[in-house]
Write a protein that binds this ligand. Structure first.
Ligand code: GLP
Length: 261
């Protein structure tokens, strides 16, 4: 894909992480209200926590018709392990809304045949009609889901080896002295780009370099999030800290940035 085929994500910059998270929650809540049978792609990590909290507190829209696919799961963690993304999603969202358990899907990190489980997950997304709205966070190294630097932009759901920086960043979620798993099952970048609409939420100074690389750096596997410029319907919600390394004047010239509330 050459430069003229790339897209410019809309960028909305907020004074705080709270305001950015609230704006993302508004997008999701409005989507569920207007399209009750919508299919959401969901993320984990620290960043989306306030989005889910806000959605629960709003409580207006019913999740009964919503289908959810999570981006990733560690390989080797049982769904009841406190650091598993299955546990994260139950505790931070699914146990607090009326989503049907049979409509929540998380890659099976305990599968005996991981490759078979990866293909089955990819097929289930396709058989369900694809993802309408995918929520993403971003790793400090520009990863999306668990697609680490070097991941092909057309990659599909598969087992990936986590980088040391990702393991170090995610160790906080594990009991003292317990190492995160070395691999994970993740939607591929190509799988993510198959969503009809993508919302990326990035907050905090630690993400500033990744956000700048994703939005204004080269589009190549070195920065997985740069693949988002291959998609025509991406909106980036960030706070000023995460936007700090962006060349705002250059972006204003393209009409893609809105310094919001
Ligand atoms: C993990 C998750 C990603 C997430 C990233 C950033 O690796 N697999 O989906 O976006 O970490 O997490 P945080 O929001 O905690 O910085």
């Amino acid at each position: 894909m050459n430069a003229k085929d790339l897209h410019r994500p809309a960028i909305r910059i907020f004074r705080s992480a709270e305001l950015a998270s609230e704006a993302v929650a508004n997008v999701i809540a409005e989507r569920i209200r207007s399209v009750p049978a919508t299919t959401l792609g969901l993320a984990t990590g620290a960043t989306p926590r306030l989005v889910y909290k806000t959605l629960i507190e709003r409580g207006r829209a019913s999740w009964r018709g919503v289908r959810c696919f999570n981006l990733d799961e560690y390989v080797g963690l049982t769904p009841d392990h406190p650091a598993s993304f299955a546990c994260y999603m139950r505790d931070l969202l699914f146990n607090h809304v009326d989503v049907e358990p049979g409509r929540t899907h998380i890659p099976d990190g305990m599968a005996v045949d991981i490759d078979k489980a990866a293909k089955a997950y990819e097929q289930l997304i396709s058989d369900s009609g694809g993802i309408d709205l995918q929520l993403l966070g971003i790793g400090r190294n520009g990863h999306i889901g668990f697609n680490e630097p070097g991941s092909a932009h057309d990659s599909r759901t598969r087992e990936v080896r986590l980088t040391q920086s990702t393991i170090d960043a995610n160790r906080r979620d594990f009991p003292e002295g317990q190492e995160p798993p070395a691999t994970a099952l993740t939607m591929g970048i190509g799988t993510i780009l198959g969503s009809r609409e993508i919302v990326l939420l990035a907050t905090g100074a630690a993400k500033a370099e990744a956000v700048a690389a994703a939005l204004q750096g080269p589009v190549n596997p070195d920065c997985p999030a740069s693949a988002l410029r291959r998609h025509a319907a991406v909106t980036v919600f960030c706070d000023q800290a995460a936007a700090a390394r962006l060349d705002i004047e250059q972006l204003k010239g393209t009409g893609s940035v809105h310094a919001a509330a």
